[in-house]
Write a protein that binds this ligand. Structure first.
Ligand SMILES: [Zn+2]
Length: 599
């Protein structure tokens, strides 16, 4: 039975380029999982987009003297280019700055209001009489009331690391013009999370048995220690989505509240673009559908607590407001397999200090699959992990090249040379397929990978799944060491033919198991093996336009004849294409050269 699977991927802030930590944190695991589920024959919808609103964008705009919209528009094409090079197969990568996202977010807000889950409250906030506006916390600087540091930001002190209450700053000044702000009253909408707490707890308890322990422990721990309290969902800012209430249009929906709504608005936009405006319901209101959220651990609270609270609170009211008809409740996340952090050479990654490997930059010098490989064998699934350039070179050479790349290249080149460019035919008269017991035993072992590797992928244990597939590749190497077709070809060509046919079948199986991790080289290998239809579909960009202007999106066209997660049926005889090495061995000196680029 084909299932509908929503692969919801963290939305990058469009104020900075993407580094390898971001990729292994959420984008790459999402793509591996999506590709696997497509091979399984499931109906996958993988969505994300740029988070274009909020003070991270306006701060950048002020620093560069451009508009917030221009900031987002500068990064969007860089994201799309990177995701295509890396092979991240978003069915739709859009942005939060679209008419559709505005409407969906405003409908969620109104649904919560209609359900009695919003209230207003007066707050004190810094106001600049010279700038004539309220100042978001990041826009106020002053002396930290905890450590006395005199250059603290309203939201956080960089000296002592404390999260601050901006209204308590000593000697506050406006970041923009140095003017002295005053505290004024402003009113905001709050979501009544206390009322939604029982539903959130029930949701977490129902997922506890299969979620990653860190995600469950952190989420329930927060609720048990302090309980859920009302949280502001509007703010005084002029870059964002207007509050959809008369007299409130000058205020915006708070970015933490609206950015997560992208997981709902992107499928709706995708449905409109594909000409089937109701299609999103198959992923969002069918209770059999499953939604997986791929995020980093810094986002657990938003995805495991706040977003489920928004969804449970909006419920069926959302469809009534958005589509004007009675709807079904919105699905809550099935799983939130959050990753921990990747460090860089034993230090925390820091974009501003250039202590990072930038993905666009990396792909100027290397192919995408070695990056995908290293970021998977090193994925911070259960604890923080570390990018180490020596380790990168070693694992590239010893595992990717030696265990897998050389296996494929050696066997196919040998067949190409000795059997005139064809898959050889085994001719053991005792077996219908012409195989000897050792051949059949190897194939049984390798085909078992569809079960073992598949089970690990299904459970989002990607690191272990790749490890198991590579272990199976070394089984083929061990088999070849025993059978030694390289010498047998001179003395017993029939035996060599049986060995090489068996090894090609094993490689054809491993190609499918490795394809979610190494899609580019597996596609090349697939062609070398003589197949005509590609393994996967194609990525492409296009321009969408609405009342807010034009926006570039990334899309995915599925393969016409999709490949399947199932044992190879490769027969003897087909013509091979000339094999070429899939990967490059790296010189150990590369590590020092690369380290010199850091910092
Ligand atoms: Zn401080």
């Amino acid at each position: 039975m084909s299932k509908h699977i929503l692969v919801a991927v963290a939305w990058p802030y469009s104020n900075s380029d993407i580094h390898v930590g971001n990729i292994t944190g959420s984008y790459l695991p999402a793509d591996i999982f999506a590709r696997f589920q497509r091979l399984r024959g499931n109906q996958v919808l993988m969505v994300s987009g740029s988070d274009a609103h909020g003070t991270p964008i306006t701060v950048k705009a002020d620093a560069e003297g451009i508009t917030p919209e221009q900031v987002y528009k500068n990064y969007q094409p860089r994201f799309l280019e990177l995701f295509q090079k890396l092979g991240l197969t978003y069915d739709l990568f859009t942005s939060t700055h679209t008419e559709n996202h505005f409407k969906v977010s405003q409908s969620v807000f109104l649904a919560l209001k209609e359900n009695g889950l919003l209230y207003t409250e007066e707050q004190q906030q810094w106001y600049s009489p010279t700038l004539k506006k309220f100042l978001p916390d990041r826009y106020v600087e002053g002396t930290c009331y905890i450590c006395g540091y005199d250059n603290a930001r309203g939201d956080q002190c960089d000296n002592c690391g404390s999260v601050l209450d901006a209204t308590q700053l000593i000697n506050p000044r406006a970041k923009q013009d140095g003017s002295i702000p005053e505290l004024r009253k402003t009113t905001h909408f709050f979501v009544d999370l206390a009322k939604l707490q029982p539903q959130v707890v029930e949701f977490l308890e129902s997922r506890k048995s299969y979620w990653r322990p860190n995600v469950v422990t952190r989420s329930l721990g927060w609720i048990n220690s302090q309980g859920l309290r009302g949280r502001a969902i509007t703010r005084d800012l002029d870059w964002g989505i207007p509050v959809p209430i008369e007299g409130w249009e000058e205020k915006c929906l708070y970015v933490w509240f609206e950015a997560v709504i992208g997981y709902l608005s992107a499928p709706i936009e995708w449905s409109k673009i594909t000409g089937e405006p109701e299609a999103w319901h198959r992923w969002w209101t069918d209770p059999e559908a499953r939604a997986y959220y791929f995020i980093g651990k810094d986002n657990i609270d938003f995805h495991a607590i706040l977003w489920p609270a928004e969804l449970a609170g909006a419920g069926e009211q959302f469809a009534k407001i958005f589509e004007g008809k009675t709807g079904k409740p919105l699905n809550l996340p099935y799983d939130v397999p959050a990753n921990e952090f990747l460090n860089m050479e034993d230090r925390k990654i820091s974009g501003s200090r250039n202590w990072a490997v930038w993905a666009n930059d990396f792909l100027e010098r290397y192919d995408p699959d070695p990056l995908r490989f290293y970021l998977t064998v090193n994925m911070p699934e259960t604890s923080d992990s570390n990018w180490d350039w020596d380790d990168f070179v070693r694992r590239n050479n010893n595992e990717l090249v030696a265990t897998w790349g050389n296996l494929a290249n050696r066997v196919l080149s040998f067949a190409y040379k000795h059997w005139d460019g064809h898959v050889p035919s085994p001719e053991n008269p005792g077996d219908a397929a012409g195989l000897r017991p050792a051949d059949a035993a190897l194939l049984t072992k390798i085909e078992g990978g569809f079960e073992t590797v598949g089970r690990l992928l299904e459970a989002v244990k990607l690191r272990a799944a790749l490890g198991e597939a590579i272990r199976l590749a070394s089984e083929v190497n061990a088999y070849l060491d025993v059978q030694a077709p390289w010498t047998a070809v001179k003395t017993d060509k029939a035996a060599a033919a049986a060995t090489i046919y068996t090894a090609i079948r094993a490689i054809d199986n491993l190609k499918i198991m490795l394809a979610p991790f190494l899609p580019h080289t597996c596609e090349t290998l697939h062609q070398t093996l003589g197949y005509f239809a590609p393994l996967f579909g194609e990525q492409y960009t296009e321009t969408q336009s609405d009342s807010l202007g034009e926006h570039e999106v990334l899309r995915y066209r599925p393969a016409a004849v999709p490949a399947r997660w199932a044992p190879s049926k490769l027969e003897p005889g087909p013509r091979l294409r000339e094999p070429k090495p899939l990967f490059k061995k790296l010189e150990p000196s590369v590590a020092d050269e690369e380290r010199a680029r850091l910092g």
